[in-house]
Design a protein around this ligand. Structure first.
Ligand code: AP5
Ligand code: MG
Length: 217
């Protein structure tokens, strides 16, 4: 039996922060489309260079490119038990494509936790975020979740950096793009009977326990 979970929520909702605990608990890989694009960029691939031109503006990378990247990732052997998707799908076309890919595997999307956080909180979270260069799942915040030693990851000692798209102007556009292109997925998954809403404006551990309770009920 495979378990496929889609973490839904605006930029800064805490998808990446929560993914680590859920993926560990369910023993499935965490697949973040944003992290895959950033890895491609680090490796200077054509895909990475193309993605950067959209990411820097806070726009979405075209569906065709994104879908084929995620399709390839989902077909790897470590997804035999399922996967936790973070940041994909984020357009109706991507959601339909994901349903098709999973159908080929004889599977489906089981749960879609929607982490709900009001807009006004998101900007502060993103502009104060620091991420580990060694492992992008190690995420900090200057105000709410600071590292013990500034600039150094508590978990692995890696260097912390600020993402290029966490500049105020880009953040504001990412939120706009989310409202327009990704919000419709809330209804899509509610209609499919797999949406579970989680209050994201609570402490990180409380959000984790609410998420786990919702997807293992
Ligand atoms: P992506 O990397 O997916 O970014 P995003 O969706 O904008 O989300 P973030 O990673 O910014 O936020 P998050 O929800 O993971 O929050 P986090 O846990 O870090 O995408 C980047 C770009 O890539 C897109 O703009 C697009 O260009 C492209 N892209 C990616 N996927 C695509 C797709 N499918 N199609 C097309 N293009 C795509 O937390 C944020 C901060 O809040 C941290 O500082 C954290 O410490 C803090 N925090 C977390 N939880 C809490 C809490 N409970 N209380 C207080 N602070 C908290
Ligand atoms: Mg993230």
């Amino acid at each position: 039996m495979q378990t496929f979970i889609v973490l839904l929520g605006p930029p800064g909702a805490g998808k990446g922060t929560q993914a680590l605990a859920i993926a560990e608990k369910l023993d499935i890989p965490h697949i973040s489309s944003g992290d895959l694009f950033r890895e491609n960029l680090r490796n200077q691939t054509e895909l990475g260079k193309l993605a950067k031109s959209y990411m820097d503006r806070g726009e979405l990378v075209p569906d065709e490119v994104t879908i084929s990247m995620v399709r390839e990732r989902l077909s790897r052997v470590d997804c035999a038990r399922g996967a936790l998707l973070d940041g994909f799908p984020r357009t109706p076309a991507q959601a339909v494509a994901l349903d098709g890919i999973l159908k080929e595997f004889g599977s489906r999307v089981n749960w879609v936790p929607y982490i709900n956080v009001p807009d006004e909180v998101l900007v502060g979270r993103l502009t104060g975020r620091w991420t580990c260069r060694t492992d992008p799942t190690h995420i900090y915040n200057l105000k709410t979740n600071p590292p013990t030693k500034p600039g150094v990851c508590d978990l692995c000692g890696g260097e912390l950096y600020q993402r290029d798209d966490d500049k105020l102007e880009t953040v504001q556009n990412r939120i706009k793009v989310y409202m327009k292109q990704t919000m419709p997925l809330i209804e899509y998954y509610r209609n499919a009977g797999v949406l579970v809403e989680v209050e994201g404006q609570q402490g990180i551990e409380k959000v984790s326990s609410d998420l786990l309770a919702a997807i293992t009920k």
